[in-house]
Ligand binder design. Structure first.
Ligand SMILES: [Ca+2]
Ligand SMILES: [Ca+2]
Ligand SMILES: [Ca+2]
Length: 216
C-alpha cells in the first residue's frame, strides 16, 4: 500500500482495492484519508472496484485542516459514491475514471476538468483481474505524473500516453498478431484479448492493420 517519506508526501500509488465490505465511519471503503498533522497525500494510479457492493465508498477524504490531498489517475468502478469529501481543504481531483458508480462525488465537490466516464473494460472484474483491455476508456487518458511503472512493474507510459488506474496496458506489436494468425505463436487467455486491438472480439488482419497504422 502507501508509503510515508520523511519530508515528502505520503504516497498511495498502483494499488488494487476491491470487494472490501469492512465498515469505517459507517460505510464500506476502498481508501480513507484521515489526516492528523500530515502534509500532503498523493493518491495516484489506484484501481478501486466494488468495495461494499452497492453501498460503499471508493475514496473518503476527511478531517483535513491544512493538509493537501492530490487524487489523480484513479480508476473507480462500482460504488455508491466514488469520492466522498467530508472536510474542506486543498484537494486536487482530476483525470479520475468513473464507471457504474451511483454518484461520482459527495455533494458540493467539483469534478475534475479531465475526468473520464466510460467502460474501463476490465479483463475479469468478478474474478479480481483488473487489467484493462483494448477499447478501455482508461487507455492513454491519464496525466503523466512521473510514475515510471505500473502495479506489475511494466513501464509507463506505453502507446499514446499514461493509462488511468493501476495497470498500464502492455503495448503489443503487429507481429504478435501475424504470428498468431500464422499458427507459429500460441496466444491464449488475456493475451488473446490483448491482441484484439480493435476490440471486436475477433483477432484477424484488421487488428494487424490497426497496429501498423499506430506504428506498432
Ligand atoms: Ca498507455
Ligand atoms: Ca500492465
Ligand atoms: Ca479484432
Amino acid at each position: 500500500m502507501g508509503a510515508l517519506i520523511d519530508g515528502g508526501p505520503a504516497v498511495v500509488v498502483n494499488n488494487c482495492v476491491w470487494d472490501n465490505p469492512s465498515p469505517a465511519m459507517g460505510d464500506a471503503l476502498g481508501l480513507t484519508l484521515y489526516f492528523g498533522t500530515r502534509g500532503e497525500v498523493q493518491v495516484w494510479h489506484n484501481t478501486l472496484v466494488d468495495n461494499g457492493g452497492g453501498t460503499g465508498e471508493a475514496i473518503q477524504i476527511s478531517d483535513l485542516t491544512a493538509e493537501i490531498a492530490d487524487v489523480r489517475n484513479n480508476l473507480i468502478v462500482g460504488h455508491a459514491t466514488a469520492i466522498v469529501v467530508t472536510a474542506e481543504s486543498a484537494i486536487t481531483l482530476d483525470h479520475n475514471l468513473f464507471w457504474e458508480n451511483t454518484a461520482d462525488f459527495s455533494a458540493g465537490v467539483m469534478p475534475g476538468p479531465n475526468d473520464v466516464h466510460g467502460d474501463p473494460r476490465l479483463f475479469d472484474r468478478a474474478g479480481g483481474d483488473f487489467h484493462i483491455l483494448p477499447g478501455s476508456a482508461a487507455l492513454d487518458a491519464g496525466e503523466n505524473l512521473g510514475v515510471a511503472v505500473d502495479f506489475e512493474g511494466q513501464a509507463r507510459p506505453q502507446r499514446g500516453g499514461v493509462d488511468i488506474g493501476a495497470d498500464e496496458c502492455r503495448a503489443i506489436s503487429h507481429t504478435e498478431v501475424v504470428d498468431h494468425l500464422l499458427g507459429v505463436l500460441e496466444v491464449t487467455g488475456f493475451d488473446l484479448e490483448l491482441i484484439d486491438d480493435n476490440a471486436d472480439d475477433t483477432v484477424d488482419t484488421a487488428d494487424v492493420v490497426n497496429l501498423v497504422n499506430q506504428g506498432l
